[in-house]
Design a protein around this ligand. Structure first.
Ligand code: IPM
Ligand code: MG
Length: 337
């Protein structure tokens, strides 16, 4: 029986995650759910952004659905971003960010890419110092992390029958770090080739990759890149599926996954019942597909979202059209399931 740890977090996480849970419960009736706390509310209550029992529950379930957390804009003693803590402590080393054209809301119809972001090191290693007016951040690239993100990319490509891998780096300026990343990914691709699994591979410098994300996004299939480049490129890519309100993601470790809409806690619209639950619902579908391996159920959720978008005609991407509220969108998706 699949088990899920649910962490609504802060802001609109408290609205969109319960909506996504209703979708999951409809499609997987024997799903066992456990609620857990993390985020800024949690920090204010308990003095930590992630409770130790939240970690235990996620480990025990092997799957979590995370909403969003608010972080203060000033430094707060003892506070550390909940999502970064979860990624690090649970060794969620890969971040899958699929971006597909969605009916009605996407600016174009021919996009279907999966960005695989290395999620454990790079400029997110937390090694920052400042002394005498000189601040430095250490960008760590290891063979081990590059190897496992490359293997994860290849596994995804095999599972989804993808044909082209774009390795995105900046090895012209960072020959040691990004050279290591690039060479390690190529080595993994070669080892698959030797076993008879062949794909097209290309290398793109990250600046050129950003240009192409705007000019020819349909040329992307699967992209693999380091942590910060993946962070930036995935927000840019999310434009093509209709914006951050539509963009799902899945943090993956060995035998464990934490799904998370790419958007944040949106305090300006929180509590008003107007948050778009689609990114959270599509994130839940990623758990269904990649953690519980229920392809048909995942397809059904995605199809219900697509059908609902067609029926709504617009979700307020066009400012002249009133956007339906969270509950209305959810009801429509449930009805189409
Ligand atoms: C993301 C977010 C996070 C990141 C922030 C909230 C720390 O931007 O998931 O892309 O930088 O990874
Ligand atoms: Mg980001």
């Amino acid at each position: 029986m699949p088990k899920l740890c649910i962490i609504p977090g802060d802001g609109i996480g408290l609205e969109v995650i319960p909506a996504a849970v209703q979708v999951l419960e409809k499609i997987i009736p024997d799903l066992e759910v456990v609620y857990a706390e993390a985020g800024w509310n949690c920090f204010q209550k308990y003095g930590v952004s992630v409770l130790p029992q939240t970690m235990d529950t996620i480990r025990d379930c092997g799957a979590a659905l995370f909403g969003a957390v608010s972080s203060p804009s000033h430094q707060v003693q003892g506070y550390r971003s909940a999502i970064l803590t979860l990624r690090q402590e649970l060794d969620l080393f890969a971040n899958l960010r699929p971006v597909r054209s969605l009916p009605v809301v996407s600016p174009r119809a021919d996009i279907d890419m999966i960005l695989v972001r290395e999620n454990s090191e790079g400029l997110y290693s937390g090694l920052e110092t400042i002394q005498d007016g000189r601040a430095t951040a250490t960008r760590v690239i290891t063979r081990q992390a590059s190897f496992r993100i490359a293997k994860q990319s290849m596994r995804i490509m095999q599972q989804l029958n993808r044909k082209k891998l774009s390795i995105i780096h900046k090895a012209n300026v960072l020959p040691l770090t990004d050279g290591l990343f690039r060479d390690t990914v190529r080595e993994v691709v070669s080892s698959y080739e030797q076993q008879g699994y062949c794909i097209d591979v290309e290398e793109i410098l990250v600046d050129v990759a950003a240009f192409r994300m705007l000019s020819d996004p349909q040329k992307y299939d699967v992209l693999v890149t380091t942590n910060l480049f993946g962070d930036i490129l995935s927000d840019a890519a999310a434009y093509w599926c209709g914006g951050l309100g539509m963009a799902p993601s899945l943090n993956l470790g060995e035998g464990i996954g934490l799904a998370e809409p790419v958007h944040g806690s949106a305090p300006d619209i929180a509590g008003k019942g107007i948050a778009n639950p689609i990114a959270a619902i599509l994130s839940a579908a990623l758990l269904v597909r990649f953690i519980w391996q229920q392809q048909e159920a995942a397809n059904q959720i995605e199809a219900a979202v697509h059908q609902s978008l067609i029926e709504f005609g617009d979700l307020g991407i066009n400012p002249s059209v009133h956007m339906p509220g969270t509950q209305v969108i959810l009801n429509r998706i449930l009805a189409n399931l």
